[in-house]
Design a protein around this ligand. Structure first.
Ligand SMILES: [Zn+2]
Length: 226
């Protein structure tokens, strides 16, 4: 190795080290696993406030308000609701509520849970943007699957979040504790039915399956309601 080569290697090593330190420093700002998903252009919500506890410990998955992010935000705001992040069909992420505030998005659990909205107009039978399955939670209707890009984005957000899916996906009116829930699990029978398929998919991803295998397993479990 020549002197110049040694110098170059040293420079590369130093900058890589500094880069890693910068990344570590950046990531440990407040210890929140969702720091990477902080976004500009916060839109605010009518109902909500600063978290009562120092850190929320739950995530609630939602589906189906509107066909796109502006439509979903409009519908939620007019009802006084809000979620922290929305994922559209292309896997694009938008933030509606600041990370340090709670918003009304699920009855009892809103003050301890982040809300993530997977834009999926699944209750519409006339138009489907992906594959449709029979809706086992709403007999006589179809369930439109989230897109691959949406599911992958969801995994990307939650993989290192420190929280894991709770329950089987089919429970109703569960008490919320730490973890990831489908909205359907936290409401009484006959109310909301959203979030179950994304939860089944995440369960398979946390169990070590890749995207395709997890999606296939979630479809099987959805059809058999198990
Ligand atoms: Zn919901």
């Amino acid at each position: 190795m020549t002197r110049t080569e040694k110098k170059t290697l040293l420079a590369i090593g130093l900058s890589a080290g500094l880069g890693a330190m910068f990344l570590l420093f950046n990531r440990s700002n407040d210890g929140n696993p969702f720091e990477d998903f902080d976004m500009a252009g916060m839109l605010g919500v009518p109902r909500g406030g600063p978290w009562a506890t120092s850190m929320p410990d739950a995530v609630v998955l939602h589906e189906s308000v509107g066909w796109d992010i502006p439509g979903a935000i409009g519908a939620m705001r007019s009802g006084g609701y809000g979620v922290h992040w929305l994922i559209d069909g292309e896997g694009q992420l938008e933030s509606m509520v600041e990370r340090n505030r709670w918003a009304q998005h699920v009855e009892k659990a809103s003050q301890r849970a982040y809300g993530i909205e997977v834009i999926n107009p699944y209750q519409w039978t006339g138009k489907s943007w992906t594959e449709s399955l029979p809706n086992v939670l709403w007999p006589g209707h179809n369930y439109t699957l989230p897109t691959n890009l949406q599911l992958m984005r969801l995994w990307d957000m939650l993989e290192n979040s420190g929280v894991r899916p709770v329950g089987t996906g089919w429970e109703r009116d569960m008490p919320a504790g730490p973890g990831i829930y489908a909205h359907a699990q936290l409401t009484k029978p006959g109310k909301h039915i959203d979030g179950v398929f994304p939860l089944l998919y995440l369960q398979a991803r946390f169990a070590g399956k890749d995207h395709e295998a997890a999606r296939a397993e979630a479809i099987d479990r959805w059809k058999a309601k198990r």
